[in-house]
Design a protein around this ligand. Sequence first.
Ligand code: NAI
Ligand code: AKG
Length: 410
Amino acid sequence: MNALAATSRNFRQAARLLGLDSKLQKSLLIPLREIKVECTIPKDDGTLATFVGFRVQHDNSRGPMKGGIRYHPEVDPDEVNALAQLMTWKTAVAAVPYGGAKGGIGCTPGELSRSELERLTRVFTQKIHDLIGINTDVPAPDMGTNAQTMAWILDEYSKFHGHSPAVVTGKPIDLGGSLGRDAATGRGVMYATEALLTEYSDHFRINLVIQGLGNVGSWAAKLIHQKGGKIVAVGDVTGAIRNKSGIDIPALLKHRSEGGSLEDFYGAEVMDAAELLVHECDVLVPCALGGVLNRENAAEVKARFIIEGANHPTDTEADEILAKKGVIVLPDIYANSGGVVVSYFEWVQNIQGFMWDEEKVNRELQKYMKNAFQNIKDMCKSQNCNLRMGAFTLGVNRVAKATLLRGWEA
Ligand SMILES: NC(=O)C1=CN([C@@H]2O[C@H](COP(=O)(O)OP(=O)(O)OC[C@H]3O[C@@H](n4cnc5c(N)ncnc54)[C@H](O)[C@@H]3O)[C@@H](O)[C@H]2O)C=CC1
Ligand SMILES: O=C(O)CCC(=O)C(=O)O
């Protein structure tokens, strides 16, 4: 089952639990708008290259649509659709006044030079500038994109519409970005892990495995390590390493920032990357691609808890296998919502023209993460369901209410 079918299935299950009628279900499920654009750029060697860009705007009943832009070779319309839908439920779970959207360009960013990436981003922005905006659709970074990508979008958009810092979030601080946004998704993963562990045990002194050492994974690793979590294995697209006494995460991140590879890090041994997700641990934190937990490996997972830092890392078959094994999965639409929560703070700061200090950003983020966890637990209790369904029913219910209040009922 692909990501779109799986996400829609979770939506339908939640809608049934909530007793939503079929017309409302249809209107909530179908995206508001799907955009597909050709992006042709001159490469540095003078030849032309053509890429396909997407933006799916799923729902705006609770506010402007919000979601990242991904640069990855596997970006396709179904995946972007699923990720846009997830954003609608995620912003509702987080209780930020947004709808959901997602975008992407099918490309391999590592094979493009900085100037090629800039040209690609600018051409994509030219094609979608009249469909995004401060009160309509506000992009942010996702896999393969970063603050610099947002700066190029901001600059290109502003040529058409005047200086508009709030049109994107996750920008560089010097262009109106928020303190704490870079770390926010990983920090939210840490708060989510803390909330779950407090519920099921009484300390952070557990063994963890983290997949992905990009924006989300490296911040999650750093902050969980600071809290006393022992990270016994990590991996990324280049491979994986382990150390049963715990990896020195600050040393590893320093080593990587100086250009070192996982393989030549002195403080751990190289392991088979395929074994990473089934490595012995208490908590598994996937922070890379979708669909990495599937029927091939789910039965072998040793973790008692899975914290979904990535979007849709657990496919439907894996979800069922893990539930039978008693593994507790904290779902993406809550676990990685720290990013969009601080994106909301960034947007608010841009609109107010007033910058918050980092302590305030982190304190407010912690409050939003705590409240959302409590709301999910209450839903689980009233609907007698697991955490994924608790989060889905919470999100779908809020979006359905807003839709009905607006009088959009079919
Ligand atoms: N950046 C953000 O604020 C948010 C990101 N997410 C999700 O978190 C996940 C990671 O996003 P970012 O950290 O922003 O991306 P990133 O581009 O900064 O890092 C991606 C990481 O995944 C690793 N990776 C890629 N392919 C892999 C493979 N085949 N096996 C193992 N590792 C692999 C890369 O080596 C890298 O370490 C994605 O699913 C994204 O949608 C979710 C919420 C917000
Ligand atoms: O920060 C944002 O606006 C969205 C981040 C995102 O794409 C996600 O949460 O999956």
